[in-house]
Ligand binder design. Structure first.
Ligand SMILES: [Zn+2]
Length: 215
């Protein structure tokens, strides 16, 4: 899991989702009440399996020479409250964060959005770093919601998945649709997709398409 999480940070860079050190990936250790997360303030090209940090589900450091990411409490809260989640990603990617700054959900106006998100990408509450409030806001918004991504108001994106790679994919797709829907808005009014069509697209993509098993 250390190697997986260290390696996936390169994807945040490859897809242009992060600047400086502002973004992080974590992964639950299978069968343990532990997760692996990025160390705080270490640049992406210096991340190795060895300098990843292991924390318990209260966000306490269990193993590692560095302090854990400053977003560790939020990740820990998600793993505690959502046992089906195996990976969490946080970014301030540009277009998605622009929607978050306006506190506006991204409407489901693309078939690719219906596939991956099953509807709009919701907005979570404004919350300050330092306690459980970001994590609780993520959990309250995503529990029972199809979307694996939430736009935390005035902040950025948190995404979840069955494993860290799925959470990275959701972060990449979130930024992609945020950009396309933004551009569409500049051209006029995007057309909504009807709920029944969204359901059909979501069901097909999640259960039939490709080799993946249902989430
Ligand atoms: Zn942040």
């Amino acid at each position: 899991m250390r190697a997986t999480v260290a390696g996936l940070h390169a994807e945040l860079v490859n897809y242009g989702l992060v600047v400086w050190t502002a973004g992080n990936v974590s992964g639950r250790v299978p069968g343990e009440d532990l997760f692996v997360i990025k160390p705080s303030g270490v640049s992406y090209d210096e991340l190795t399996p060895e300098n990843m940090v292991v924390c318990d589900l209260d966000g306490n450091l269990v193993e590692g020479a560095h302090a854990p990411s400053s977003d560790t409490a939020a990740h820990a809260c998600v793993y505690r409250e959502m046992p089906e989640v195996g990976g969490v990603v946080h970014t301030h990617s540009t277009y998605a964060s622009a929607w978050a700054a306006r506190g506006e959900p991204i409407p489901c106006v693309l078939t690719a959005m219906a596939d991956e998100f099953g509807g709009e990408i919701p907005v979570g509450p404004f919350a300050l770093i330092g306690d459980d409030s970001i994590g609780q806001g993520i959990v309250q918004t995503l529990k029972g919601h199809r979307s694996p991504a939430v736009l935390m108001q005035n902040h950025g994106v948190f995404s979840i998945g069955k494993d860290p790679k799925a959470a990275v994919k959701a972060a990449v797709m979130c930024e992609d649709v945020a950009r396309t829907v933004h551009v569409s808005r500049q051209l006029g009014t995007p057309l909504p997709i009807g709920p029944a069509h969204i359901d059909r697209l979501y069901d097909r993509y999640q259960n039939v398409y490709g080799q993946r098993s249902p989430r």
